[in-house]
Design a protein around this ligand. Structure first.
Ligand code: ZN
Length: 222
């Protein structure tokens, strides 16, 4: 029995997924709202999530895959579970605040809006899809997730690149939201797309996935 997720030491008999979560604790602390009271999100909440992740879920392989980038996968996992601190959730928890999306200035800031319906993030995602050789389609969050689950199968270079790009997209959109909310900084669509490209490019080269073909040439060399 672990007394507390945030203080627990990694033990040899822990499952691989629990060891992964424990290693990602510091990343998680940095990515959430600075004002979160961590005493409120301790054992039961995180154990529930661990149990969910240990179950066979359809989206598992588009989040946790060989050569994944841990901080990207963590944010993606939180997004899929709808556990990021978006304004709609904070308001449901009783906080009083402006509910508008800080990225586009229109629409309620929710997971579905921020990562799928928001014009800014839609433009970023369409650019990423286009770079990977896929046609842009207007999809809501649920339909996009199902599309990714259905299409990101196998181990082809294109699949590996788009998995990396998908998790990078979620990470950088969330980072952009936090930059605008807490730092007063805003970046352009092109800047976010370039960050995604750069992250994928670095990972490709570090994992010997640097075979040049139309996909990674389009995504990384532009
Ligand atoms: Zn928006």
């Amino acid at each position: 029995m672990i007394a507390g997720f945030w203080e627990a030491e990694v033990r040899a008999h822990f499952s691989w997924i629990l060891k992964k979560f424990l290693k990602l604790r510091e990343v998680a602390r940095c990515m959430f709202l600075p004002s979160v009271d961590w005493n409120l999100v301790r054992d039961k909440w995180i154990w529930d999530k661990v149990r969910i992740c240990r179950d066979k879920v359809r989206w598992h392989k588009i989040i946790w895959f060989p050569a994944h980038i841990p901080k990207f996968s963590l944010i993606s996992w939180m997004a899929i579970l709808d556990r990021l601190s978006t304004k709609d959730r904070l308001i449901r928890f009783g906080l009083t605040m402006d509910a508008d999306c800080v990225v586009c200035g229109t629409g309620l800031e929710s997971r579905d809006h921020l990562f799928a319906d928001c014009p800014f993030s839609r433009e970023v995602w369409n650019a990423v899809l286009s770079s990977c050789g896929f046609r842009s389609v207007m999809l809501n969050w649920d339909d996009r997730l199902n599309w990714l689950i259905d299409n990101l199968r196998g181990n082809s270079l294109r699949v590996r690149i788009l998995k990396l790009a998908w998790t990078a997209f979620l990470y950088y959109i969330w980072e952009e939201r936090n930059y605008r909310s807490f730092r007063g900084l805003s970046r352009s669509v092109d800047c976010i797309v370039n960050r995604i490209r750069e992250s994928v490019k670095i990972k490709l080269y570090s994992h010997c996935m640097h075979r040049i073909d139309d996909v990674n040439r389009s995504l990384c060399i532009s």
